[in-house]
Write a protein that binds this ligand. Sequence first.
Ligand code: NAG
Ligand code: NAG
Length: 252
Amino acid sequence: MSLKKMLQFSTGALLLLLLPWFGGLVTGEIGDNFSKCHHFFYEQTPPEGIDSAGYQPICQRYENKYRFASLYDRQHRVPLYSAYILSSPDGNRPKEPWMYEPQLAFSCASSEMKPCHTPIDNNVIESQAVPQDCKDSTYTKGHLNPSMHQWTNEDREATFTLTNIVPQKAGSNTGPWNILENEMLRKFKTYCNGSMYVITGAMPYSSGPRWIKNRVSVPEYMWSAYCCPSYITNLPESVRPFFPHIRCSGKK
Ligand SMILES: *[C@@H]1O[C@H](CO)[C@@H](O)[C@H](O)[C@H]1NC(C)=O
Ligand SMILES: *[C@@H]1O[C@H](CO)[C@@H](O)[C@H](O)[C@H]1NC(C)=O
């Protein structure tokens, strides 16, 4: 047995031993705030005024790097919003796999998203949406942070976590919503000098949740807000943003 293996082995045994007493100290990275990924929010400030009960902040981590942030509604098994920094894609939409978040299912698990392989563990199915949820429904998997708003291939792959997905009618996903996403990308390329911060969210039906498979709630509305703190100077009049003086609101 190599030294590394042995260390891993003994560490594992140690954790098991300590778990009953120090469970709180050795849990996974799941926190109750966005402290590890607040740089995805303008001025590092997540939206305020949301009653935090029932929502789980997720710092979306993939291949050892934080990629964006989502606030997850455990009861409805959908994100309330995803926050990200938009950039022009340097390549195509990646191939799936869809991924899940181990740390939602097991408090000690890694906070890295993992591909969904069947059979899926029951704890995972309980704690979040899984690829089968949209099957045989009239809904598609709608990205809040779309892969085509991300520069690197890894950043694009990371958007395929199901905690970034809401059920969306096919006609909306490929129609008006797709137009809106393209328009945001065009605005970024044309006007924005530096980072563009985006928060895209989904609102559950105000009249009470509507479910697919009795598990995942369908949103009534989707919304998106973006903020470009610094516009390109000397834009020709014809392409200047209509309200260049309206800046991003945030805590000063
Ligand atoms: C955020 O969570 C971490 C642990 O998850 C905690 O140490 C820190 O105090 C929290 N920060 C705020 C502002 O609540
Ligand atoms: C972008 O902003 C920087 C300062 O933050 C400035 O020096 C540069 O000229 C700007 N570029 C354009 C194209 O406006």
